[in-house]
Write a protein that binds this ligand. Structure first.
Ligand code: TRP
Length: 333
């Protein structure tokens, strides 16, 4: 039997996951877990690149990300969920890869640039932050993954990973497959920002209560040209309509029509959306509450997943050390 191709994807644990994570990547990983050998990384070291002075939040954030993944349908029997910092191969590869990329290449990365301005790093850029895409290349390659389903903001990081892999394979020997990204457009934030993100405060969390969802949707920006409910609307510029298209595809064409004709106002339109989102989130919330009753089980899942990831990483490192001629006690013949 042909071995299954591998997927690697994952999240930074900086808080609970939101709808943007779901649309960008979680839905994909659930869909693909039967077909591919799936690895899901909880990238705690990457989270530290912007939160290094708040390590006390890590444990809870790691747990939340694990809960969100499993509540959304990631099955730990099929997918390997693991913690980044506990896999030594990732740190080792990061060091090795740092020779294969230039500071100039890293500083032109558009995702790094926009995140740096968000965290006010432009003037004094932490080395670890500038370099996190190198560490992300190690995340992807430590298990020699073939596919990386992610939000399209991650495209520059996948491109960098491919560059590093090509260079490594050309200089030493062909150890790594060149991983391919499977991209999904990012979900816009409630405030109209291109990206839903915790640090921008424009997110609906998978764990939000029905009331929170309703009040957040109420505050979402709509077509600025609509002041009265009878004004003719432009759904193509409306955040609420973007969500209708994704989460309410059957009714969206009707809402589109009625909005353009000024037959539905923003208030009822938002009410429909909040209901749709709550219907979508309800089973996830329920599963999450159920899972949260037995936290030991979640830590066991992570412990087992991490053990498997460590073993895969060690296999890769044996190949890497061999082709790089790293080996001393005794040296190779
Ligand atoms: N950078 C990703 C994000 O912010 C998280 C991540 C870390 C990741 N390592 C990864 C995604 C490896 C895919 C593959 O969402």
């Amino acid at each position: 039997m042909m071995e299954k191709k591998r997927i690697l994807t994952g999240d930074r644990p900086t808080g609970p996951l939101h709808l943007g994570h779901y649309v960008g990547s979680l839905a994909h990983r659930v869909k693909f877990q039967d077909t591919y050998d799936t690895f899901i990384i909880i990238a705690d070291l990457q989270a530290l690149t912007t939160n290094f002075d708040r390590p006390e939040r890590l444990v809870e954030d790691v747990l939340n990300v694990a809960l969100d993944n499993i509540a959304c349908g990631v099955d730990p029997k099929k997918a390997t969920i693991f913690v980044q910092s506990m896999v030594p191969a990732i740190a080792e590869l990061t060091v090795i890869y740092s020779n294969l990329i230039t500071v100039q290449q890293l500083s032109h990365n558009p995702t790094i640039k926009s995140e740096a301005s968000q965290y006010h790093f432009e003037e004094s850029m932490p080395y670890g932050f500038l370099g996190y895409p190198v560490s992300q290349a190690a995340d992807i390659t430590f298990c020699r993954a073939h596919l990386v389903p992610v939000g399209d903001d991650q495209a520059p990081h996948i491109e960098l990973t491919r560059k590093i892999v090509r260079k490594f394979n050309a200089i030493y020997a062909s150890v790594f497959p060149e991983p391919e990204g499977i991209f999904n457009p990012r979900l816009v934030g409630l405030d109209g920002n291109a990206k839903m993100s915790k640090s921008l405060g424009n997110a609906i969390y998978l764990s939000d209560s029905p009331e929170e969802v309703r009040s957040k949707v109420n505050r979402a920006v709509t077509d600025p040209a609509r002041i009265h409910p009878t004004d003719l609307g432009h759904p193509e510029v409306c955040v609420v309509f973007t969500y209708h298209k994704i989460f309410n595809p059957e009714t969206a064409p009707e809402i589109d029509r009625e909005c353009r004709q000024g037959k539905i106002g923003c208030v009822p339109c938002k009410k429909i959306l909040a209901e749709v989102l709550n219907r979508f989130l309800e089973p996830i919330r329920e599963r999450r509450n159920e899972l949260a009753k037995d936290i030991t089980l979640i830590w066991d899942i992570l412990k087992e997943g991490t053990a498997r990831a460590r073993a895969e990483g060690e296999k890769t490192m044996e190949l890497v050390r061999e082709v790089m001629k790293i080996g001393y006690f005794p040296p190779p013949a």
